[in-house]
Design a protein around this ligand. Sequence first.
Ligand code: PHB
Length: 357
Amino acid sequence: MNSLFSPLKAGLIELPNRIVMAPLTRARGGAKHVPSAVMAEYYAQRASAGLIITEATMIAADGCAFVEEGGLFNEACVAGWRGVTDEVHRRGGRIMVQLWHPGRAAHSALNGGSQPISSTDRAIQNDTIRIPGLGAQPYEVPRRLETHEIPGIVKLFGEATRRAKQAGFDGIQLHAAHGYLLDQFLRDSVNDRSDAYGGSIANRAKLLLEVVDVASREIGAGRVSVRISPLVDYNDIADSNPSELVAYLAAEFERRGLSFLELRQHAHVLPAEEQLVGIARQHFHGVLMLNGGFDQASGEAAVSSGRADAIVYGRAFIGNADLVKRFAVGAPLNAMDATTLYGPDGRGYTDYPVLPA
Ligand code: PHB
């Protein structure tokens, strides 16, 4: 029987434990989105995680949907991330970069006037985006990508994966969740296309699978993972048949030998959520990581029962660089300070107390 402390092989990546750090936007990348020394320190402090997955990282210079996220779209970004991966590795950790294009969740005011792109020309409704200096703004109407532009998107992910390898990452995760660009193709409340990238599940999954394939050619499928969230409605998105969508994707990931699949759900307590875990397991026999609402006890239960191979923790890693040790000794967790989540410096980032050595 496995526990959170059992080692795990996820494709080509060997994890010493099953307590994985989730991607977390912390906005310390500066205006140029280049990782800095304080980011290297932050990630390296968390090197005892079974695996670190970085913050959602921009693959395109005009793919910003927040402020000061890390990027991986030029050589300066590669050099910045090299400083991070070197420090994580020096302290014995493993780190994968999450590659991300926000699609219609971006805004022209954050991207030098570039109109957001998407699978559709319909804007995100009933939500706003925070623009520095302007406050909360409605989302913009995106430009629907033409079919002939889609190879260009695949190429962006391929190039970012090549840079990830140059920067020394152990692997990459494709962010196909939370209503961002890849998800805007996957789910049918947003994807209203009539070309080869819309309509059937196979067509809607075509972009993601082309991206998986280009990334696998660059870095090896055993170093590529995908995050999906078929039931999460964040960014105004839904799917009419999540079970079929997961069955199809899981089978395609199985054929391709991915490092792992991360299933992000709201809280992993609803019957519909449980059902998707079963479907993912049925069709994908590689490593399945679950994320959403777990504490130590529920994470332990999911791993020991075999429902999950590893648990991805977000908030708990913000205030607890030594989360693995705290779980191991049953120490209380530091609470996270929400006022220092997004920059500008090490306060509330690298200065949470850790247990004495
Ligand atoms: C998310 O995946 O929900 C996400 C990604 C990037 C952000 C914020 C949230 O900057």
